[in-house]
Design a protein around this ligand. Structure first.
Ligand SMILES: O=C(O)CCC(=O)C(=O)O
Ligand SMILES: [Fe+2]
Length: 346
């Protein structure tokens, strides 16, 4: 019998729908067994629905992709029951992709200890320009080192730049949904971005630099985190630095110099000890001995962890000793950066 088109339709409907069902079950089993995640380190964490990003509704913490990941990648802890994300760096060169609607961005591992990631084109050229223009309008003042004398050994001469600060409600107006971009990148709940320190914009002119330092330090009991309280500038006993993550974005291309360096990233214990003993923090002399050297590129973000999490993954842990870093001399041109310091209470 020659099958009529109606018969073919019935046949295909019947068998294709059961084939579809089988396929569905296989996909379901694969997803819930975690096999896709254990087979690949190149996860796409970019799939959160838009509606989930801004207001942190409880259901947003329960999206399937989050649950899948927390089942299979145990060290990526999510905000359910108070856990805070710590993104495992994997191997150098590993990358995760993010879908930002009109473009795909890649978060690439550049170091494992501390975990350092770079994200090219995190800001578009015109967005970086707008932030710089806004900072100029606000007027930049000669930089001081926060909590001088605690994290920074030079009392002033090791940092040559100017800075100003922008609240998230303002930078979100200048660069649409930038706070949401920070949230996606850090994989932290929005409240950590909104309660981060103000966004610092810094301008280095020729010969500008920032010698080796850590952005944070080990915390002490009974002192609030800076960014949570109003303090007199440099009054180191009023607050303490609790900067879990730094996200630094280059706002221009530097003609020559101005590299960001991590002198002892991934170094052996022996090298770290020697570094801490000899303190070759003067980057005008020691820039290029660093184990990780990042060349500024307009719009690129560099993200790193300054602290581990405490053993329950619910608060700030120890300072990561190898998070020493700094900015080398700008040899020609100038250098602009924006720093977001995400605060987590101990
Ligand atoms: O300028 C750089 O590359 C590093 C800046 C920095 O470490 C800071 O502002 O804390
Ligand atoms: Fe720094």
């Amino acid at each position: 019998m020659i099958p009529s088109s109606k018969n073919i339709r019935l046949f295909t409907n019947k068998y294709c729908s059961s084939a579809n069902n089988v396929l569905r079950i296989v996909i379901y089993l694969l997803i819930y067994s975690g096999i896709p995640y254990s087979l690949s380190t190149n996860h796409d964490y970019g799939g959160y629905p838009d509606s989930c990003d801004l207001n942190e509704q409880p259901e947003c913490t329960q999206t399937k992709s989050v649950d899948d990941k927390s089942k299979t990648v145990s060290n990526i802890m999510k905000k359910t029951d108070g856990h805070i994300a710590w993104i495992e760096p994997g191997e150098i060169g590993d990358e995760n992709t993010f879908n930002f609607g009109d473009r795909i961005l890649r978060r690439v591992t550049r170091a494992k200890d501390p975990p350092v990631y770079v994200i090219h084109d995190f800001l578009k050229e015109d967005e970086a320009d707008k932030l710089r223009k806004h900072a100029l309008k606000l007027k930049l003042e000669p930089s001081t080192s926060h909590a001088e004398g605690i994290t920074f050994p030079y009392k002033g001469f090791g940092r040559k730049s100017k800075t100003t600060w922008i609240h998230y409600t303002d930078y979100d107006k200048i660069v649409k949904k930038l706070s949401r971009r920070f949230k996606r990148l850090t994989e932290l709940p929005m409240k950590y971005i909104q309660k981060a320190e103000l966004l610092q914009v810094a301008q280095y002119e020729k010969h500008g630099h920032y010698y080796t330092h850590t952005d944070s330090h080990n915390t002490v009991a009974n002192r609030p985190c800076c960014g949570r309280v109003e303090c007199e500038e440099n009054s180191k006993f009023c607050c303490q630095l609790c900067r879990y993550i730094t996200v630094m974005v280059y706002l221009n291309d530097v003609i020559e110099g101005g590299e960001t360096v991590f002198p002892v990233a991934d170094a052996s214990d022996e090298t770290l000890k020697k570094y801490q003993k000899e303190k070759p923090f003067d980057l005008s002399k020691h820039c290029y001995n660093s184990s990780l050297i990042i060349t500024p590129s307009k719009g690129m973000a560099v993200m790193w962890y300054n602290h581990k999490l405490n053993p329950t993954f619910s608060g700030l842990g120890d300072l990561i000793e190898r998070s020493y870093h700094g900015g080398c001399d700008v040899k020609y041109g100038e250098k602009w950066i924006a720093n977001l310091w995400v605060v987590v209470d101990p």
